[in-house]
Design a protein around this ligand. Structure first.
Ligand code: FMN
Ligand code: SF4
Length: 409
């Protein structure tokens, strides 16, 4: 029986891999390690500092996936707050790919006007913005299909979770249409003024399903070996680069470990990261888990109440950073400037991204920059989803309660 690698095992593997994979001078020398408010570049994308707003589905689109004024308000506020880059919430590239209601669609040119307004409203605040592109495949919710005849697609005929419906295994023709849809969405995003695209390959979404043996049980050229499971990502990268040239930044959100039976383990994630680098990825955001992960693992972990609980995925970003020569973006439970500073100084990441703290306090980075270095107030309770699911846009539950209490007193 094969022993499951421990965290220590994968760190060791990472170190061995780094000796093999690193060519040329090490770029992680202490002297070259960035500081939080230092400028940076991700491919051709110049950033004012090392802070990035991690993708958040904002629950602000209308029922057909069009950008609304609420979408613009949410993003303008974050853009004003001091981050160098906003990664948008996942935008759906096909009408059968939505998993959460009121998601933004990037699947046809009618949506371009709203998307352009979104890019413009962020740029007006001097911030950069990258679109996260996704298809939920077996994780899609059939109640949210947008076109007549839409079907639930899966990499294989395996349900996303034991409670999910069994999808239809995609034909090669359907896979080609998925590649075309990602490519077309990237081209549309570039025309609308976005500074790059991120492919969502984490948290159990469609590209994660292709990459992971937990969902991908295909016997053809898209299943089996890592090379085959990576094929669809490689084709999307080629499609985008073929249309937009080598300099348009493509980023990737990668699950370093799925924490599901038969899912991706760190050494395999490292191999995927290496392939991404070879395909010309501009940066890799290192996440892990999905909503169906076991062992109480979650991509948006709760109860991060003290500094010692922060940065729960930093071991994974360090593992990638030690071995892959591409900018690494950390995510997961970073709540204080000292943790962010430490992660950069210790060579665990090149950029720091945060999601929930910037929902509660969009101005957090400006505050830190001005010398007020209090920890983020976010208590990681995940109450911000509630209003999003009602189509009112995500908002902090605690701030809502404080407001109500104040109004009542
Ligand atoms: C309301 C909400 C929506 C999210 N939507 C997305 C998404 O669309 N795409 C994505 O990659 N991650 C999404 N995430 C995950 C975050 O990007 C991030 O990986 C996670 O919240 C951990 O970071 P944090 O501890 O700073 O919140 C979402 C998280 C929250 C709380
Ligand atoms: S509801 Fe507020 S405190 Fe809770 S996770 Fe969301 S932003 Fe943080």
């Amino acid at each position: 029986m094969t022993k499951k690698p421990s965290r220590r095992d994968f760190l060791k593997t990472g170190m061995a891999a780094s000796a093999i994979l690193m060519v040329g001078p090490q770029t992680t020398m202490a002297a070259q390690r960035p500081k939080p408010f230092e400028k940076g570049s991700i491919g051709s994308l110049e950033l004012a500092n090392r802070f990035i707003k991690s993708s958040t589905w904002s629950g602000t689109a209308d029922k057909k996936g069009y950008v609304t004024d609420l979408t613009l308000k949410f993003h303008s506020e974050v853009a004003k707050g001091g981050v160098g880059l906003i990664l948008t919430g996942n935008q759906i590239v096909m009408t059968n790919g939505m998993s959460s209601p009121y998601s933004i669609c990037n699947c046809d040119d009618n949506q371009a006007e709203g998307l352009k307004r979104l890019a413009d409203c962020v740029h007006r605040q001097g911030c950069k913005v990258v679109v996260q592109l996704s298809h939920s495949l077996a994780r899609s919710n059939p109640k949210l299909f947008l076109a007549e005849g839409d079907e639930l697609w899966g990499v294989s005929a395996a349900p996303y979770s034991p409670d999910s419906p069994v999808p239809k295994e995609m034909t090669k023709k359907e896979i080609a249409s998925l590649v075309d849809a990602f490519t077309a969405a990237a081209v549309r995003s570039q025309k609308c003024g976005f500074d790059g695209v991120m492919l969502h390959g984490a948290h159990g979404y469609g590209l994660n399903q292709f990459l992971s043996p937990a969902w991908n049980r295909r016997g053809d050229s898209y299943g089996g070996s890592v090379q085959n499971r990576y094929r669809v990502v490689g084709e999307i990268m080629e499609g985008i680069k073929g249309n937009l040239g080598p300099d348009f930044p493509i980023l990737f959100k990668l699950s370093a470990q799925d924490f599901v039976n038969g899912g991706i383990e760190p050494p395999e994630a490292l191999e995927i990261a290496q392939r991404l680098r070879d395909s010309g990825i501009a940066a890799i955001q290192v996440s892990a888990c999905s909503p169906v992960s076991k062992e109480d693992k979650h991509c948006f972990k709760d109860e991060i109440l003290e500094e010692k609980d922060e940065g729960y995925l930093l071991d994974f970003s360090q593992y990638m950073k030690d071995s892959v020569k591409a900018p690494i973006i950390a995510v997961g439970g970073i709540r204080s400037l000292s943790t962010a500073e430490g992660a950069l100084k210790d060579g665990k990441a090149d950029y720091i991204s945060m999601a929930r703290p910037l929902i509660r306090e969009p101005n957090l980075i400006n505050q830190w920059k001005s010398g007020n270095v209090a920890r983020a107030k976010c208590i990681s309770c995940n109450g911000c989803f509630e209003t999003g699911l009602q189509g009112l846009g995500i908002s902090c539950r605690i701030e809502r309660m404080l407001k109500e209490n104040k109004a009542a007193s």
